[in-house]
Ligand binder design. Structure first.
Ligand code: PLP
Length: 463
């Protein structure tokens, strides 16, 4: 393993990034606890540890790239959400962020419910023992087979997304002689991402039935007429990586006003509202996410106030955090393959994964941070871009990063906050073998999703 130093990469005023990486951090060796999972520390010899295990040993045993998931942190976050929302509300973990049988078992043990958005996510949930009544099925185009499976399993709710789906779910429930609990997903005209929200004209998207224009009210009318459906409530999901509660406030106000309209028109008070997920996490030290306690208090107050104003009984609230639970609990461990300084620009650091294990940078221009974890270094900060090994110049994992100038092939890098939407969105681009997910807890590590093998890919390719 080479450890040869090379000169500090160039820093050019024109290419210096803005925001988090506008200037090098005071100490490149510090692992900011806001960004890293809770049990990550530096051991006395400088290597990072997680769950009491040295990352070099993890790389040795499980190979790189690998997602390293801190089970204690995952469970602690589940407990924090559960405790914050209490017994009058439900927390549905959004399985789309990352789902595996081990995760389902942890959720079950920690008292969370589960939201799935495909028949195969449903299959994993049921296989791993999540009681069907604690599962919600989402999706804007559920197939007949998915509906059939969900109804026959007895899922606690199906979130309806279109007029056609109302008819399909009703027909299937009737065919099975059941009364299926449903919610109607509405679009409230709010779109929220990160620190911003926009409260106009965001009905122009594929999900849900619009409040404006009366589609949502019409959906309620249709569902209430159907014997085989039990309308439990209204669902809204406004966006992702949200820090500001203002968007939820507008969403809650609009959902509650629909509940009041329903009461006035049909004499029925719907017992549930779901305000979706989308709560933000810290990808870099600049991000300042809200704690579950604060989120629960804010949402509870908003809903209570709006219901009191509309003279409605406060419905049972549910939320669907995915990223906010699993996102911070994992990091991706990579080995450095090549280090290429570009004079006047920056240094390109190539790792042994890339857009196949983290598409978020390419897809959403997502910001990540990165650290050298196999050792510490006192070398100068070097403006770097961490890139993957795929045949695509957009194959960037971390767009702007300062790494120590003595970085060399064989060093281990870790990118934190990759628990959500990384393994879940991983691909086989360039026939990459999707990395394993290794759960660590109390000094022990175990593979919960194994690395793909060449045989896996060849078996799919039937020639
Ligand atoms: C309906 C619904 N609920 C929950 C989530 C989870 O969002 P997040 O992981 O950002 O909390 C999503 C994400 O797309 C969603 O569409």
């Amino acid at each position: 393993m080479s450890r040869s130093a090379h000169p500090a990469g160039p820093r050019h005023a024109d290419v210096l990034p803005e925001g988090h990486y506008a200037a090098p951090p005071a100490d490149l060796n510090t692992l900011d606890p806001r960004v890293w999972s809770r049990t990550v520390t530096r051991a006395a010899d400088g290597a990072a540890e997680v769950g009491g295990l040295d990352v070099r040993a993890l790389a040795e045993e499980f190979g790189t790239p690998a997602y390293i998931l801190d089970e204690a942190d995952f469970r602690a976050r589940c407990r924090a959400w559960r405790a914050a929302f209490g017994h009058d509300a439900d927390v549905f973990y959004a399985g789309k962020a990352f789902l595996s049988r081990a995760v389902v078992k942890w959720l079950n043990e920690e008292g969370l419910n589960l939201d799935v958005c495909s028949g195969t996510e449903l299959a994993v949930a049921l296989d791993a023992g999540m009681p069907a009544e604690r599962i919600a099925l989402h999706g804007n185009n559920k197939s007949y087979a998915e509906i059939e499976r969900a109804v026959s399993a007895g899922v606690g709710r199906i979130v309806l997304d279109s007029f056609q789906e109302i008819a399909r779910v009703a027909a299937e429930a009737a065919r099975q002689g059941k009364r299926q609990r449903v919610q109607i997903r509405v679009t409230v005209g709010v779109e929220a991402h990160t620190h911003e929200f926009i409260a106009t004209a965001h009905e122009d998207q594929k999900f849900g039935l619009a409040l404006a224009g009366g589609q949502a009210a019409e959906a309620v009318r249709r569902v209430l007429k159907l014997e085989s459906l039990e309308l439990a409530g209204i669902h809204s999901h406004i966006g992702s990586q949200i820090f500001d509660m203002a968007g939820f406030e507008v969403a809650a106000r609009r959902v509650v006003s629909l509940l009041a309209e329903v009461r006035d028109e049909h004499g029925v008070e719907l017992p549930e509202i779901d305000l979706g997920g989308g709560l933000g996490i810290a990808y870099t030290s600049d991000d300042d996410p809200r704690e579950p306690q604060e989120i629960a208090k804010a949402l509870g107050e908003i809903v209570t106030r709006e219901c009191e104003a509309a003279r409605l009984a406060v419905p049972r609230l549910s939320v669907e955090p995915g990223r906010a639970i699993v996102g911070p609990t994992a990091f991706t461990l990579y080995e450095v393959g090549t280090v290429k300084p570009l004079e006047g620009l920056r240094t390109y650091v190539s790792v042994d994964g890339g857009m196949s294990d983290n598409i978020r940078t390419a897809l959403y221009d997502a910001e990540y941070t990165v650290a050298l974890v196999s050792r510490t270094s006192d070398a100068e900060p070097m403006l770097s871009r961490v890139v993957g090994k795929h045949c695509e110049s957009g194959d960037i994992v971390v767009k702007d990063a300062f790494l120590p100038a003595d970085l060399a092939p064989g060093d281990l890098l870790a990118v934190p906050a990759t628990g959500a939407y990384c393994r879940a969105m991983a691909s086989n681009y360039n026939h990459a073998l999707r990395p394993p997910v290794v759960a660590v807890a109390d000094g022990a590590a175990r593979v919960i999703v194994r690395r793909e093998t060449e045989d896996d890919l060849l078996r799919l390719d039937v020639g």
